[in-house]
Design a protein around this ligand. Structure first.
Ligand SMILES: Cc1cc2nc3c(=O)[nH]c(=O)nc-3n(C[C@H](O)[C@H](O)[C@H](O)COP(=O)(O)O)c2cc1C
Length: 203
């Protein structure tokens, strides 16, 4: 199939393990509003089984297998939606730990030395917070993290302040202006990811 005709495939990752996570709810809300044909695959509901990073565990075959599987999913996606809660003004530990582990794969396995999945990978950052800031401060360190590992971090972000207030049984019931902002930023990102996507072997 012609690359331009193939619908974009995104993966979504919520940097919170909480069952009722606002990050996951926000990703689901955004995914539901995208243009038809744009496929969003969630890394969860199965939480990643990576322990707290410890360089002594790099040789563990089970961890290696988890990293290889994760790397494959990132590599085959046209872009990533990353929602991170703000913890004390910074990036959430579950997300940081995941990226720290993944970043080791090219160093511990020569097969991955020249095909780092996050290199030039379009990434849209999102955050939902129960506070007034919407997690914007935390996204500064999340942005620095993804830029450091070589991703193309989209300029705009989606930040939801007072997330409890907007929550509905279906997702979020934002004011129309904010809902329009969310949809425009998400669609701009999809358009960017579509324009930058690479041909896939199975395409
Ligand atoms: C350890 C911790 C630190 C937090 N720090 C902040 C913070 O710096 N700014 C903020 O707006 N909210 C902060 N919060 C509140 C989070 O925005 C809120 O718990 C949010 O629901 C977490 O995301 P989740 O629902 O996806 O788990 C913090 C929460 C925790 C548990």
């Amino acid at each position: 199939m012609d690359t331009a005709a193939r619908p974009p495939t995104l993966i979504a990752f919520a940097g919170s393990l909480r069952r009722e996570s606002h990050q996951r709810r926000l990703l689901q809300h955004v995914a539901a509003g995208l243009s038809p044909g744009c496929h969003v695959a969630f890394l969860e509901p199965d939480p990643l089984r990576l322990p707290m990073f410890n360089q002594d565990l790099e040789g563990d075959p089970a961890i290696r297998a988890e990293l290889v599987a994760l790397h494959e999913r990132v590599a085959t996606a046209d872009g990533m939606l990353i929602a991170s809660p703000e913890y004390n003004g910074g990036v959430a530990p579950y997300l940081k730990n995941t990226i720290d582990w993944l970043s080791r794969l090219p160093r511990i396995d020569p097969d991955y030395a020249d095909r780092w999945a996050l290199r030039h990978k379009p990434v849209l950052l999102l955050s939902a917070s129960t506070g007034w800031s919407g997690g914007l401060l935390g996204l500064q360190s999340t942005r620095a993290l993804f830029a450091y590992v070589g991703a193309l971090v989209h300029a705009e972000t989606i930040c939801v302040a007072h997330a409890d207030h907007w929550q509905t049984p279906e997702g979020y019931g934002f004011e129309p202006d904010f809902e329009a902002h969310v949809r425009r930023v998400a669609q701009d990102f999809v358009d960017l990811a579509s324009a930058l996507r690479k041909p896939r072997a199975d395409a």
